[in-house]
Design a protein around this ligand. Structure first.
Ligand SMILES: [Zn+2]
Ligand SMILES: [Zn+2]
Length: 968
């Protein structure tokens, strides 16, 4: 990523001299680069942290209050990935929480990295090779893997550069890649331990096989297209107990008749009354003349087709599961190229589609084809080459999952891990309770190659002992050196499932001989278990569940810092899981390429700035609620940023003007929360109370992941309270004239600056860029208390200042300000109603209880200025005939005596009469013209008549007004 070079920018510019217009592009690149360059969010290993903390100007060790660390892992994006709206939401939520926790005194570590993404990355490089006219097979394994590394070095991790530009406050010094040496050691060790514990085994499994690529591919790499094909109905003869044909048949239906060569049973529902008499019977498999049983299984649907299904365990995942339940043999009838193999008898050597034709023809010839129907079904194709995928049995590696799952279920059930929204707990428990053994092998070249060696002599498998480094040279069983490493690699999720332990140094921490064990141990002790995981529900099983299983399993062997055994509560990889919602388009439609409604976050950021996009997402994010992303809102939040920018310019301008007359604000008052300010004006006490209330609301909302409530509280405070009311009032206090009371001016200026600075800190986790820029500017040329606003303290609200505390202070301030502000609002509305010119001041009459008079008296200047009042008259009763408004605590009326310029008014009315006379004459002429009245449609004529009547009335009124003017 290329940053613009802003070296010296901070030193050279005049901070108080902000550009007139808020331009996010002009500030965001600069600060993004600054945060990375200054390593502001680096959290070193505890042993070495003293100096780093000093460098940051932060208090060392546990955080200021001795609070524990806040640790969060970035769900590692694929190294081939590009940032989409889902990432943007996920990262915005993580960044807000991390910045907030960091500012609230926690040692906050957000750890980034990328996933090697076996399939996606291999595919991408394979595509390149195809374009170059070569292939991975031609290159060979070693050269191919080197080629992928080369690709990674040049293009990999672009998504992290995008994150840097978006200002994510992660510790870049800890960035990892799942294929790094350190993490690969962990992957190997985990496999070796599970193998030694008897939890890894090899077995047969149905995979999606691509006959062209000649590899198994994952479910994620299979694309389904609707295909118009056929359903062939085949009659299987029922046998007598002596093996002869009974003359009865069971009819089955299939879209792939060639697979019948591998059938090993026919299944029916146990309660299907049509077949009750056939329970325990056998069938003759046509063409192969093999006896196969009828099995009873509740999985069979009685409603579908004939209610009888052929069972081909080696070529269909459901049949495979059924075969397992009934102990049926699996007969694989195809080779790697999807040609029929020797198990297919007379059809051996034929391509699957050629075999299909022959099988159908032969069945027909034997009178066993009951029918052919048109049938549309979804057919899986290889995402890479579009070849039809063949489900096929192959030998794979598995993890025996139950022991791991048991611990992982207990961890959640005992409350050591909490899900938000809570419903995901049930989803998780359900899935974990029905979990199947995990197939961890993939026939790929890019990934962690399985550390197992096959012996060419005794055909046994050698897996090195846990803790061993390097590859074995001899077979552990017969001692032969004719051993070759397993060609399969591990499922990518195997390595990402280990991340919470591996990124903090496991397994080195449990191996005394490693030189860096002490260092790793310090990281593990400080940061494991992590605090929170923020992720999408789509990887709840793929990733979240596996991290819980592997985290609980492997960390259990790591003792606690004091040497005691690690309890389950401390073995979990994270204490909290927050599952974020989906970002949809403005019409609540799911974004998809085919619909063409995908919003590119980078494009929106270019247009409106990162801060506005982040605020848009935050303002709509709450647990379990999808976000309908509407650019109009982003536009609104850009205007919000602009409002804050203009407020800053106004404030800084006044600070500079004050300095000219020798009034300065001591920067030492900044950085905390304004409490008992020497400024005892109503607006000062009120804005301080409002700030405390907003801070309380924001902290409370973020505790429960209500980003929306937090964002809206800040928005309301900044725009509504601070800009719309407080700034307007405080303008009156900023008097720099000779005769001004300098103490009062200084007090007002101090409140203004301290509240603004605290508000910037309140907003900072949501809009980090503009707040960083303005916070630096606020300090002008004074020394900064920290290198970044992100390293200052987060505002905490004091209840004493808030209405809900019912403190005397809060009550009186709130009530007084409510009266004053409502009075202003009502007068403004009245003025509009009766048409007072914008700039004219009017007298008002106010009836309010006597005990409220002092409040009005004390704030009369504010009311007069903000509501353009020339004379505020406190009265017993409002004079009759005045336009007035009522509220529970007062009545108010505007005394409006319009003064008239007589000659001008006479002139205006004369012209008006002339204009109307002409129009009336025109209308009359038209209506008397037979050419119009006779020919035009009736409704046009009627309309013209109505128009004439209205214009005659207006003319009469104008004439009366003219006559009514005083003579002279
Ligand atoms: Zn393929
Ligand atoms: Zn051997």
């Amino acid at each position: 990523m290329v940053f613009r070079d802003f070296q010296g920018f901070i030193q050279d510019k005049m901070p108080h001299d902000l550009p007139k217009a808020y331009d996010p592009t002009a500030i965001e690149d600069h600060w993004a680069e600054y945060w990375v360059r200054e390593k502001l969010f680096a959290v070193p290993t505890p042993d070495t942290e003293q100096t780093a903390d000093e460098a940051q100007g932060r208090e060392a060790a546990e955080g200021p209050d001795g609070k524990s660390a806040f640790t969060i892992l970035l769900p590692p994006p694929n190294v081939t990935g590009r940032l989409h709206m889902g990432h943007m939401l996920n990262q915005t939520e993580m960044d807000i929480l991390t910045r907030w926790r960091r500012m609230s005194g926690r040692k906050a570590l957000w750890l980034p990295g990328t996933d090697h993404a076996g399939i996606a990355t291999q595919m991408m490089v394979e595509r390149q090779l195809t374009e170059e006219g070569t292939s991975r097979q031609k290159l060979g394994r070693e050269a191919f893997v080197e080629r992928v590394w080369e690709w990674k070095r040049h293009y990999g991790g672009a998504i992290l550069d995008q994150m840097k530009r978006l200002g994510a406050s992660v510790d870049w010094s800890r960035e990892y890649f799942t294929m790094d040496e350190r993490l690969s050691v962990a992957v190997r060790e985990a496999f070796m331990r599970l193998y030694e514990q008897g939890l890894v085994y090899r077995g047969a499994y149905i995979v999606n096989w691509c006959p062209r690529c000649q590899t198994a591919i994952s479910d994620l790499e299979v694309v389904y297209d609707e295909h118009k094909g056929h359903l062939w109905e085949i009659k299987y003869p029922v046998l007598n107990d002596d093996g002869t044909d009974s003359g009865e048949f069971i009819t089955v239906a299939t879209t792939r008749p060639e697979t019948m060569l591998g059938d090993t049973a026919v299944a029916i529902h146990p309660e299907d009354e049509r077949y009750l008499h056939l329970h325990g019977k056998k069938l003759r498999l046509p063409l192969m003349n093999r006896e196969i049983p009828i099995v009873l299984d509740e999985w069979v649907s009685r409603e579908f087709g004939t209610g009888a299904v052929k069972v081909t365990p080696a070529h269909d995942p459901n049949d495979f599961a059924l075969g397992m339940r009934h102990n049926l043999p699996s007969i694989n009838v195809m080779d790697d190229r999807a040609h029929i193999n020797e198990a297919g008898g007379a059809y051996a050597g034929l391509d699957r589609y050629v075999a299909r034709k022959r099988v159908v023809a032969d069945l027909e010839a034997q009178g066993l084809l009951a029918g052919i129907k048109d049938y549309t079904n979804n057919v899986g194709h290889c995402d890479r080459c579009k070849t039809v995928v063949e489900p096929r049995l192959s030998t794979q590696w598995f993890v025996k999952i139950q022991p791991l799952a048991d611990k992982a279920i207990a961890a959640v059930e005992e409350g050591h891990i909490r899900f938000t929204p809570e419903m995901y707990k049930k989803t998780y428990i359900n899935w974990m309770s029905n979990i199947h053994d995990w197939c961890i092998s993939r026939q790929l070249w890019w990934g962690h190659r399985i550390p197992a060696w096959h012996c060419g002599v005794c055909h046994q498998i050698t897996v090195p002992k846990p803790g061993s480094t390097g590859d074995p040279m001899h077979c552990a069983h017969c001692g032969s050196d004719r051993i070759t490493q397993e060609t399969d690699v591990l499922d990518t999720w195997f390595s990402s499932g280990l991340l919470p332990v591996s990124v903090f140094g496991w397994p080195n921490i449990t191996t005394e001989t490693r030189a860096d064990a002490a260092l790793s141990r310090a990281d593990f002790d400080a940061f494991y278990p992590t605090s929170l995981l923020v992720t999408g529900f789509d990887i709840l099983f793929f990733w979240v569940a596996r991290m819980i299983m592997m985290g609980c399993w492997f960390s259990a062997e790591v003792p606690m810092p004091d040497g005691s055994p690690r309890p389950l509560a401390e073995s979990v990889p994270f204490k909290e899981v927050y599952i974020h919602a989906l970002v949809r388009d403005a019409n609540r439609e799911k974004m998809s390429k085919t619909k063409g409604n995908v919003i590119d976050p980078i494009e929106i950021v270019k247009q409106y700035g990162t801060d506005a996009v982040r605020f848009t997402l935050a303002s709509m994010a709450s647990p379990g609620t999808d976000i309908a992303f509407n650019v109009a809102r982003t536009e609104g939040y850009r205007a919000f940023a602009n409002k804050i920018w203009n407020a800053a310019r106004f404030i800084f301008m006044n600070v500079d003007r004050a300095a000219e007359v020798g009034i300065t604000v001591d920067p030492a008052v900044l950085g905390g929360m304004p409490y008992d300010s020497p400024d005892d004006t109503l607006e000062a006490r009120w804005i301080v109370a409002e700030l405390h209330a907003a801070a309380t609301e924001v902290n409370r909302s973020l505790e429960s992941y209500r980003y929306d409530d937090a964002a809206n509280a800040i928005y309301k405070f900044f725009w509504g309270s601070f800009c719309d009311w407080y700034l307007e009032i405080v303008k009156l206090r900023l008097d720099f004239s000779e005769t001004a009371d300098r103490t009062r001016t200084k007090a007002a200026l101090t409140t203004l600056v301290t509240v603004f600075e605290a508000a910037l800190r309140l907003l900072s986790p949501f809009m980090p860029f503009i707040t960083e820029e303005l916070w630096h500017a606020a300090y002008d040329d004074h020394p900064l208390p920290a290198k970044s606003i992100a390293l200052t303290n987060y505002p905490q609200g004091d209840l004493k200042y808030q209405m809900e505390s019912y403190s005397e202070f809060a009550q009186s301030v709130a009530l007084d300000f409510l009266d004053v502000s409502r009075l202003i609002t009502e007068i403004r509305a009245l003025r509009k109603e009766v048409g007072v010119e914008e700039r004219a001041a009017t007298p008002v009459e106010l009836r309010i209880a006597a005990e409220r008079h002092p409040v009005v008296d004390a704030n009369v200047a504010i009311i007069e200025s903000l509501a353009r009042v020339s004379d505020l008259r406190l009265v017993e009763d409002i004079s009759a005939g005045l336009p007035k408004r009522h509220t529970p605590s007062f009545d108010v009326a505007v005394v409006y005596e319009r003064t008239i310029d007589l000659p001008a008014e006479r002139d205006r009315l004369t012209k008006e009469c002339l204009r109307l006379e002409k129009i009336v004459a025109n209308d009359e002429r038209a209506l008397n013209d037979p050419g119009f009245a006779g020919k035009a449609p009736a409704h046009i004529v009627e309309g013209r008549k109505k128009q004439l009547a209205e214009n005659r009335l207006l003319l009469e009124k104008a004439k009366a007004a003219l006559d009514g003017l005083p003579k002279g």
